[in-house]
Design a protein around this ligand. Structure first.
Ligand code: F6R
Length: 364
């Protein structure tokens, strides 16, 4: 049932606080992640990990892209992320100690499963599946598993499965850091995780404001999403959501790439959405934003509430509650989901079952 919501997607967006709490349940100690959340063999297996290869499709791939920033920063382990349909067909070099990680909501995505079977014929350190469906093929065939606790996701456009994957991947980054000797320095992130469900509820309260912003998009044919660092894949995910359910062409760029090409597209018909949490990249992002404004582009900035930037002609600022840098990608996903949702509703599309798409892609 839609629980009083107009669409499953909106219901699932609003469940995120609760399912994130469920995904954290029993997996955190006082100041550290519990490594055995990944299985009783996890600690021993993780100790020998020297690289990570993360393989997924679509939205799950975007979660993997965020994880690369986290694993390299918090655990110092080199990490590669690739879509399954590419990885499985190339001559992948597998250095000693490579952990093979798949991400999948369904656990049945054909290319991701094929990539796991490909990996099992080669010399990896081991395989880990982060998945939302117990007993799925991916879960059955992997050495280690960590279940996201998103519950059934009905809307074809993935929302709560994505944010719970991000939470699971943060647990992975912390666990790899822990076995490699991180000692207490990640305690603030563990505390941030505990507070995350409350922060998510605050962000969900921005729904009405995002709905008002969405009106500027309904008549547009294109949109550009910008982010930097771990927010580049969040921008990609925002663009994918908009494409999938509103059928508006959207692209995402790392903000620093703007002047290397896409700036040529910017005019008053091309709204630009910038994901701008208050991290060390903010100053650089601000200068990118000037470039957009100078070309008459309509700019939507989703920014930390502490940022000094006011809504003015052609500049719309959505203030997002303050959150630690490490967890900001999870929080900033939510207004982007809401934006795509409201634009789709305005356009009158079939939000829960967008044309041409299937919930589970079991063919190649
Ligand atoms: C988009 C979406 C898809 C899936 C992709 C992989 O909203 O849901 O891009 O993420 O088809 O599916 P799973 O995660 O089941 O492997």
């Amino acid at each position: 049932s839609k629980g009083g919501y107009r669409h499953f997607m909106l219901k699932e967006i609003h469940e995120q606080s609760q399912v994130i709490a469920a995904t954290l349940e029993g997996r955190l100690g006082d100041h550290q992640v519990l490594v055995n959340s990944f299985g009783t063999d996890a600690e021993q297996l993780f100790r020998g990990v020297r690289q990570v290869h993360i393989i997924a499709c679509g939205t799950s791939y975007h979660a993997g892209m965020v994880a690369r920033y986290w694993i390299e920063k918090l655990a110092g382990v080199p990490t590669q992320v690739e879509v399954a349909s590419e990885y499985r067909y190339r001559e992948v070099v597998v250095p000693e100690g490579t952990l093979f990680v798949t991400l999948s909501q369904s656990g049945e995505t054909a290319d991701t499963l094929a990539a796991l079977r490909f990996a099992k014929q080669r010399d990896y350190r081991g395989s880990l599946a982060i998945c939302n469906v117990p007993g799925s093929s991916l879960v059955r065939e992997s050495d280690l598993t960590l279940m996201t606790q998103a519950g059934p996701e009905i809307g074809v456009a993935s929302t709560k499965a994505f944010t719970t994957q991000l939470v699971a991947l943060m647990l992975l980054a912390l666990a790899l850091g822990r076995v490699r000797g991180a000692n207490g320095e990640h305690a603030p992130i563990v505390q941030g995780l505990r507070e995350l469900p409350g922060v998510i509820n605050q962000v969900l309260a921005l729904d009405g404001e995002v709905e008002r912003l969405s009106m500027a998009f309904a008549e547009k044919h294109h949109a550009l999403f910008l982010g930097r660092g771990a927010h580049f894949p969040i921008a990609q995910e925002g663009a994918l959501k908009l494409k999938e359910i509103s059928y508006i062409h959207a692209e995402a760029y790392p903000a620093g790439e703007l002047k290397h090409g896409p700036l040529a597209l910017v005019d008053s018909e091309m709204p630009v959405i910038a994901v701008a949490p208050n991290d060390e990249l903010l100053e650089k992002l601000k200068s990118n934003l000037q470039e957009v404004r100078a070309r008459g582009g309509e700019l939507f900035v989703f920014a930390d509430e502490s940022i000094r930037m006011e809504t003015s002609a052609h500049l719309h600022v959505l203030r997002v509650p303050a959150v630690s840098d490490a967890l900001a990608p999870i929080v900033y996903t939510i207004p982007l989901q809401l934006l795509a949702y409201h634009v789709a509703v305005l356009k009158g599309t079939d939000v829960d079952q967008p044309r041409n798409l299937a919930k589970s892609v079991t063919v190649e």
